[in-house]
Design a protein around this ligand. Structure first.
Ligand code: CTP
Length: 406
């Protein structure tokens, strides 16, 4: 059964130049079906207006104790505190961080934080020196000890002119941290290593062999596993990987690089994964020899052929090396072009030959470079399930569900 995420977000916005960015966050939340109630501090109102927020979230904005934003029979700040599934403060100033830690309640936002049993997520934005000041660091540390979570600010040029840490984290990054707070943490304490994207095999300094993989499936798997509480490592070929920190991203280029990184990380050290999902489209072959010089036409004729060598089968070597231990859980993906019977036969064959626990199959025409896909999931107990065409984020959750079931 699909896990239902809670969906009520109280968004507190405090007085920082980054306040305008909270409109993006509110819009993102509303677009994904979350209910959002916004609380604006006095100084935030110098940067953005209640009217703008009301138009974005479709609800009244809480601004002071004495004129309620919406009709309510109770006391508004207590109603909002009880209503919240999560309280997000973005951007959060040094001032509000300090006051929450001290338990102050002289503004609606502070009173809501004090009265609510919902988890609190804080996305700070401030001058680098204010952020690094021992007083701010002490408040952050003490709040973390009390169970409050933070989305670390990014580094860069700050509105005040200084350069350093203090920029409000990206809205999408904050969004995934909110989802992690609201989701059922059924992958908590599990480490999942995911590979994604194509690999590139060089022909010469300007050309390579690769494939059409965009890496989107693996990125969605990484995001969704993160939201469900997992610790995630993403080993990726050359592709865009827009995933929230603290997902660890490990870039690689060739299949051999990927093989080496996986062997180290899967079988050595004290950070071994519980599960490896090979969503990468590993190039099956590579040029026997990489030319150190650009290949040129000779007398107007292109080279007739390029000798190829088979690449290492990374998934099969993981399957062989883990042996009977069945640890970590191994999940493979297979893109095929035949009919459904052929696809299912290939999945079962690859389950056996690569010694995996789950194979996920799809058709090239429905998968490459798209945001949607349709897949079949076959597991080592002989179970087969179809996930009809849907967003890759939903497919990712179905794959994670089948890993948990196993
Ligand atoms: N895979 C791998 N190393 C390779 C090739 C594939 O680890 N050199 C993994 C892929 O990441 C995927 C699974 O194996 O999870 C199946 O990939 P696929 O290309 O379908 O398998 P192949 O054995 O290469 O079969 P085919 O001949 O159909 O391409």
């Amino acid at each position: 059964m699909e896990k239902i995420e809670k969906r009520r977000v109280v968004l507190g916005i405090t007085g920082s130049v980054a306040a305008y960015k909270s409109i993006d966050l509110a819009r993102l939340l509303v677009a994904r079906g979350y209910e959002v109630r916004v609380v604006l501090s006095d100084s935030a109102q110098k940067f953005i207006t209640s009217a703008l927020i009301e138009a974005t979230v479709g609800r009244g904005v809480v601004t002071d104790f004495w004129s309620p934003a919406e009709d309510s029979e109770g006391i508004e700040h207590i109603d909002v505190a009880d209503w919240a599934d999560v309280i997000v403060i973005s951007p959060a100033t040094a001032d509000v961080i300090a006051k929450i830690n001290l338990g102050m309640a002289d503004t609606p936002l502070l009173a809501i934080c004090l009265a609510s049993r919902a988890p609190i997520l804080i996305a700070p934005a401030m001058n680098v020196n204010m952020l690094e000041h021992p007083a701010t660091q002490k408040h952050i540390k003490e709040l973390e000890e009390k169970g409050v979570s933070f989305v670390d600010p990014a580094e860069g040029v700050l509105a005040c002119g200084w350069t350093g840490a203090g920029r409000l984290a990206d809205s999408k990054e904050i969004f995934y941290h909110i989802r992690r707070k609201l989701s059922v943490p059924d992958l908590k304490d599990k480490h999942i290593l995911i590979t994604t994207g194509p690999t590139r095999e060089s022909i010469d300094p300007v050309r390579f062999i690769s494939n059409r993989s965009s890496g989107k499936m693996g990125v969605e798997l990484a995001r969704e596993a993160f939201c469900r509480g997992a610790k995630v490592t993403l080993v990726h070929g050359p592709c865009t990987v827009d995933v929230p920190y603290p997902i660890e991203c490990v870039p690689v280029i060739t299949a051999e690089d990927m093989h080496q990184k996986l062997m180290e990380r899967v079988f050595e050290g004290d950070n071994k994964p519980d599960c490896v999902i090979m969503a990468a489209a590993v190039a099956d072959f590579k040029p026997k020899q990489e030319s150190s010089q650009k290949l040129k036409k000779i007398d107007g004729t292109v080279p007739k052929s390029i000798d190829l060598l088979e690449n290492v089968d990374i998934l099969a070597s993981l399957g062989a090396k883990r042996g009977k231990s069945l640890s970590p859980i191994l999940v493979g993906f297979a893109v095929e072009t035949g009919d459904l019977d052929e696809l299912l036969a290939e999945l079962r064959r690859k389950l056996e030959t690569k010694k995996t626990d789950i194979m996920v199959g799809n058709f090239a025409s429905e998968a490459f470079e798209l945001d949607t896909n349709r897949v079949w999931i076959v597991d080592r107990n002989g179970k087969t399930g179809e996930v009809t065409t849907t967003f890759k984020s939903r497919i990712a959750n179905k794959v994670l569900d089948s890993i948990i079931k196993l």
